[in-house]
Design a protein around this ligand. Structure first.
Ligand SMILES: O=C[C@H](O)[C@H](O)[C@H](O)COP(=O)(O)O
Length: 290
């Protein structure tokens, strides 16, 4: 499948410093297993599913009867929707309503027997759970691997409590080294936005669809540009704002100060545990000191 090259747009030649990054960028495949590298030990793909299931089971324990729940998207959040459905079916969780951040999460909710509401029909979200592509030790995130970060940001920031659920492969010391920043862009403005992203020092790549020629089109009808930077993101909060200031950008995948807590599923030998991010980070530090 031919990749959509940002450089085929008018006036978009990458400066030398950005160009250094091109090779890495073109090598970036949209395969979700790309996210494997992290600060902690690599996770075997078979074990990773068990870790995701463990953290999914843990987060649904926080849901109380009568809550309006933001349903995140991606493989980890999907498992949590499934676990939530199981509790509802068993009669252990009554009168909960889910607000999906994506088409996928809404469909899964219906499939697993979770009642859903439109975001515009609720005035609050009691608790939102969601996955992430990268998490730093300050609970800042990169999201958007599933191209749903715009609605995720609306729902997650609206929630009284936003709980991020990840396996240990997602924890990084600095954002942006392993995962690019996804940016949702109005198709009519794609060329102008690409030039601005290059001016910010990025190497943008339009996300290509799988099993369909052409770009990924989001649930909201827009395109997604994955932007790599030559170094780790030193000031994620400033970059989040700078990208969103570009006319034509709908939203970017930097989630700064959105998460209230992060649950991390970890593996220690045959043992799987779910811990808070702070505990996980301190155990990593101790392990490095040994
Ligand atoms: O847009 C997608 C979301 O940000 C996902 O939560 C993120 O990509 C993590 O997905 P997964 O749990 O499949 O790794």
């Amino acid at each position: 499948m031919a990749l959509l090259k940002a450089s085929s747009f008018p006036g978009l030649s990458l400066p030398a410093e950005n160009r250094l990054m091109c090779k890495r960028s073109l090598e970036f495949s949209l395969c979700r297993s790309f996210k494997a590298s992290s600060e902690s030990a690599p996770v075997d793909p078979g074990v990773q599913v068990s870790l995701k299931r463990a953290v999914a089971k843990k987060v649904v324990e926080l849901i109380k009867p009568g809550m309006i729940v933001g349903l995140g998207t991606g493989s980890t959040a999907s498992l949590a929707i499934e676990e939530m459905g199981k509790l509802i079916q068993k009669g252990k969780l009554k009168d909960v309503v889910g607000v999906g951040v994506s088409y996928q999460s809404r469909v899964l909710a219906r499939q697993f027997g979770v009642k859903t509401a439109d975001l515009n029909d609720v005035n609050t979200i009691d608790l939102a759970f969601d996955g992430a592509d990268e998490v730093d030790s300050s609970m800042n995130l990169i999201k958007g691997g599933g191209a749903a970060h715009t609605m995720a940001k609306v729902v997650d920031t609206m929630a009284k409590q936003c709980v991020v659920i990840v396996d240990q492969s997602k924890i990084v010391s600095e954002l942006g080294l392993t995962f690019p920043v996804p940016v949702e862009v109005l198709p009519q403005a794609i060329s102008a936005v690409l030039r601005k992203l290059v001016a910010l020092g990025g190497v943008p790549e339009i996300r290509s669809a799988l099993r369909k020629d052409g770009p990924v089109i989001t649930d909201l009808g827009n395109m997604v540009v994955d932007v790599r930077f030559s170094e780790a993101i030193k000031d994620p909060s400033a970059l989040e704002k700078e990208i969103n200031m570009i006319p034509g950008v709908v939203e970017n995948g930097l989630f700064i100060g959105v998460a209230n807590s992060v649950l991390v599923a970890t593996q220690d030998g045959d043992d799987i545990q779910v811990v808070e991010l702070a505990e996980f980070v301190s155990s990593l530090k101790s392990a490095k000191e040994v």
